[in-house]
Design a protein around this ligand. Structure first.
Ligand code: GUN
Length: 283
């Protein structure tokens, strides 16, 4: 039976360290601030944004939420981002995705000052991640790496399989595992013989957004299984992209949903906001 990787406990520990540093900055006269922007009424996004603001408060950061109506134009949103770029008390800017269809996400991400881009979505920051020289961590993949480190799971030389190739999770996850000298394979919706590949994995990271898609028979005995998914089943219960019961029979370590990777994403966001704040202080 697999050991559960506890994202809540790991988050508590890391956030405690962040809170100490935020306090030290405060004593030097620097309040760390995050602006979160949400457009429209997507219920899942509203929960995420609320949790991000709450997490800031818990570690002693200043935060402000800009909740804009669905009818907001791209120009209005760009004008807000531009204002926040120049606002002194704001160290980090996060525009919650997805944005309504009439707004071009790429244009909005490009408008964020790369020095305040605590999501690490701007091409300047994704490019830095690509070459392995970066300040801002990609939030969810870096959260996964923190969990592996916390549980002393070595990546070097391991067969790492990432299922999913999104810009937010799959691609940067593959890069971070590669930087730790893993042998990395990226699978996606067009991959043939998926189970054959997932069964090779010593470390399997799943981020495809399909409820309970990966089952125990697709997992090698003793593998480490990291589930980035967050789906709602027809009975209203949350579940990941991995079928937890059957996967637990095979895995050596596994992340639950909820309480696994989820809390780590926001923890990385706080780490990035702290980095942005320290950087601006020394400028
Ligand atoms: N939507 C889903 N995940 C994220 C994230 O990490 N950051 C932002 N800005 N939007 C998201």
């Amino acid at each position: 039976m697999a050991i559960r990787i506890d994202g809540k406990e790991t988050s508590r520990k890391v956030r405690g360290e962040i809170a100490k540093k935020v306090q030290e900055l405060k004593e030097q006269g620097k309040v760390t601030g995050l602006a979160v922007v949400i457009v429209g009424e997507n219920p899942a996004s509203q929960v995420y944004v609320r949790n991000k603001a709450k997490a800031c408060e818990e570690v002693g950061m200043y935060s402000e939420v800009h909740a804009l109506p669905e009818s907001t134009t791209e120009e209005e949103l760009l004008a807000l981002v531009e204002r926040l770029n120049h606002e002194d008390k704001i160290d980090g800017i996060l525009v919650q995705l997805p944005l309504p269809k009439h707004i071009n996400e790429e244009r909005v991400i490009l408008a964020i000052d790369p020095n305040k881009d605590v999501d690490a979505f701007h091409p300047v920051n994704t490019g830095k991640i690509m070459i392995g020289n970066y300040e801002f961590l990609p939030c969810t993949p870096a959260g996964v790496m923190t969990l592996l480190k916390e549980y002393n799971i070595e990546v070097e030389g391991k067969e790492c399989v990432v299922v999913g190739r999104s810009n937010i999770v799959g691609k940067p996850q593959a890069l971070l595992l590669l930087q730790k000298n893993g042998t990395v394979t990226v699978c996606h919706s067009r991959t043939k013989n998926l189970a054959e590949i997932t069964r090779r994995a010593d470390i399997l990271v799943v981020a495809i957004g399909k409820a309970e898609f990966i089952t125990g028979d697709m997992i090698k005995e003793g593998a480490v299984v990291i589930d980035v998914g967050m789906n709602r089943k027809s009975d209203g219960k949350l579940c990941g992209d991995v079928e937890f019961a059957s996967a637990s029979e095979k895995a050596s370590y596994i992340t639950p949903v909820p309480g696994g990777v989820g809390p780590m994403t926001i923890t990385t966001l706080l780490q990035n906001t702290l980095v942005a704040s320290e950087k601006r202080m020394t400028k």
